[in-house]
Design a protein. Structure first.
Length: 375
């Protein structure tokens, strides 16, 4: 099957499952492993497209559910598609709306045809199934669309997880049938909750459908991190080796390092921008809450050695002052730092893989990183 994207392996680490690749899309190349900033409403909160490019963003993510509700995919199509609408000429990935169906559980009802739900904006009745999700994502014109799936909560019983997984497989086939846009790749999503037998079954079933890439959904939904890593260890041997692997909704520094260790190529998460607005920052030592009183007279940067605009120009004391004064620039500077931190972490990770020293990199990272200050 011909796909509008290609994935080329550049290097592999000899001691781990870490991989270094190049994912080529209609809007440019992506060096993997990569972190994707989340632009839910066609914008990464507090950031302009120019700033995103300046910090090294290669691809960003937008949200099918939210853009369908506001401003609507037809308006975005009329504007020339999502790239032109938001003035972003690099790759875009759109999620299917499946996770919003999961997270807005009190507003929805799932049946075989799709999901009936109430808008979280005004309570109006709505419906989305695989065909509707594909039509919306085609109208948006993203480079990578995601199949419409069913995500289960943690914890859940085996039968609930199995039913959701099997429905996800049936919906994946419907998505493939409904998807017609030749310049947009469609990724399948592996489900199965926290049961290794189901995860392996799902990975095999999705591999047989020959998607050009695969998301791993339904993790990082409240389970202990060791459980997530165990699931990944068990299922990854069944994920197609020659296709990109995307761990959905995961974005703390420790999880990125551990995910790459297990062979993950792509990550996304709102954590970086969400915590930044409250003055919480990523560092190699762990979480730093710059609004805390002890930084009131700290005239050093958020993190020594960071090349971001915030660290190169402003002190912890100044940024704390902005946050305490309710100035929006404080949150913006923390956002710039957090996103640049994750993108720079991925740059360091890619270099370590290229130099065949990823295990040493991982060991050194965790020797310094204070897990008691984790997220």
């Amino acid at each position: 099957m011909n796909h509008p994207i290609t994935f080329k392996m550049v290097a592999r680490d000899a001691k781990t499952h870490a991989r270094r690749g190049i994912l080529t899309t209609p809007h440019g190349e992506i060096q993997t492993p990569i972190f994707m900033p989340v632009g839910t409403q066609a914008t990464v909160k507090a950031m302009t497209p120019r700033e995103l490019k300046e910090i090294g963003t290669q691809i960003m993510l937008s949200n099918t559910y939210h853009l369908h509700l506001r401003p609507g995919e037809e308006l975005i199509r009329e504007a020339g598609g999502l790239h032109r609408f938001m003035s972003w000429d690099k790759p875009i990935l759109t999620d299917s709306g499946g996770f919003q169906v999961f997270s807005l559980a009190s507003l929805r009802k799932i049946r075989e045809e799709g999901v009936s739900f109430r808008s979280h904006l005004d309570g109006s009745a709505m419906f989305m199934g695989p065909e509707e999700s594909m039509a919306i994502q085609e109208a948006l014109g993203s480079d990578i669309a995601m199949a419409f799936d069913v995500c289960t909560a943690y914890p859940c019983d085996h039968q609930t997880a199995k039913d959701a997984m099997e429905r996800t497989h049936r919906w994946a086939l419907r998505c493939q049938k409904a998807h017609t846009r030749a310049d947009q790749a469609l990724f399948g999503i592996v489900q199965g909750a926290f049961f290794t037998d189901l995860r392996i079954e799902s990975a095999k079933a999705l591999a047989d459908m020959d998607f050009p890439g695969y998301g791993i959904g339904g993790l990082s939904v409240g389970e202990p991190k060791p459980m997530m890593y165990e699931i990944l260890d068990e299922m990854m041997p069944y994920m197609p080796d020659e296709k990109p692997r995307y761990l959905m909704g995961v974005g703390s520094p420790d999880c990125l390092v551990e995910g790459v260790y297990r062979g993950i190529d792509m990550f996304d998460c709102v954590l970086a921008t969400r915590i930044a607005r409250n003055g919480t920052c990523f560092t190699d030592d762990g979480r730093l809450v710059v609004r805390n009183a002890k930084y009131a007279r700290d005239f050093g940067p958020i993190e020594e050695g960071c090349d971001c605009y915030a660290c190169q120009n402003f002190s912890r004391a100044y940024i704390r002052h902005l946050l305490k004064a309710g100035e929006i620039t404080g949150g913006r500077l923390c956002t710039i730092h957090n996103l640049r931190y994750l993108l720079r972490l991925m740059e360091r990770i890619r270099k370590a893989i290229e130099e065949n020293r990823y295990e040493e990199f991982r060991n050194a990272f965790f020797a310094r990183y204070d897990m008691s200050r984790n997220f």
